[in-house]
Design a protein around this ligand. Structure first.
Ligand code: ITT
Length: 209
């Protein structure tokens, strides 16, 4: 039987990073485009886990299919772990930023906030919690993290979000210069998905019962 899942995200960067691995795992992946009536899901949780479960549960209930959701963000130590769960909306209330996209404005604000802070104090990590929920309400979750530093200028065009500012702690690579495959091997999202898939077969057999 075909195993259909809905990817509960409207972030094209996330979809690009997740689609291939999920389909290689034998899953037929549907996007949220098929459900325009769903609208924006209110992410009012205080943690990545809470928001990830809100998204997966809402989409599974609405579609009657298993839904997979990712909630992720950047924790910057010099900013007391901000923007964290607010990473997507970080610059929304900051006036006079020049960037044409939200991602650009977020990066511009990040560079302003960290101005004058030396490299060794610019430590940060990406975090991701990924969830899968069935229409019955049964859910599984898994998390991943990626340690690094925030650079002093935007570098590279790959990826999305804060990738042009994020420098891998292990080898100094800028995330936005990595290929999708290279990023998936080391990233918070790649690790969270790999951990979720270790629980997948037992989750799916419960769903089919
Ligand atoms: P969905 O809720 O529809 O999935 P979103 O972009 O609003 O999309 P989140 O609420 O999880 O998703 O916010 C994640 C934000 O964290 C994202 O918009 C980026 O700003 C940042 N982020 C997460 N993972 C990232 C990555 O791999 N590279 C760069 N930035 C990332």
């Amino acid at each position: 039987m075909e195993k259909i899942i809905v990817l509960a995200t409207r972030n094209a960067g996330k979809i690009a990073e997740l689609e291939k691995t999920l389909s290689e795992y034998g899953l037929s992946v549907r996007g949220l485009d098929a459900y325009p009536e769903l609208g924006d899901i209110v992410e009012d949780g205080d943690t990545f886990e809470a928001n990830s479960l809100i998204k997966a549960r809402t989409v599974a209930e609405h579609t009657g299919l298993v839904a997979v959701a990712d909630d992720s963000g950047l924790e910057v130590d010099a900013l007391d772990k901000a923007p964290g769960v607010y990473s997507a909306r970080y610059s929304d209330n900051t006036p006079n930023l020049k960037g044409e996209t939200r991602d650009k404005r977020n990066n511009e604000k990040m560079l302003m906030e960290l101005e004058g802070i030396p490299h060794e104090k610019r430590t940060a990590r990406f975090r991701c919690v990924m969830s899968a929920c069935a229409p019955s309400g049964k859910c599984i979750t898994a998390s991943g993290a990626w340690e690094g530093f925030i650079g002093t200028e935007e570098v590279g065009d790959n990826g999305f979000g804060y990738d042009p500012l994020f420098i891998d702690a292990t080898d100094g690579s800028v995330s936005a210069l990595l290929t999708r495959e290279e990023k998936n091997k080391r990233s918070h999202r790649g690790n969270a998905l790999a951990a979720l898939l270790t629980q997948w077969d037992s989750f799916w057999s419960d769903v089919e019962k």
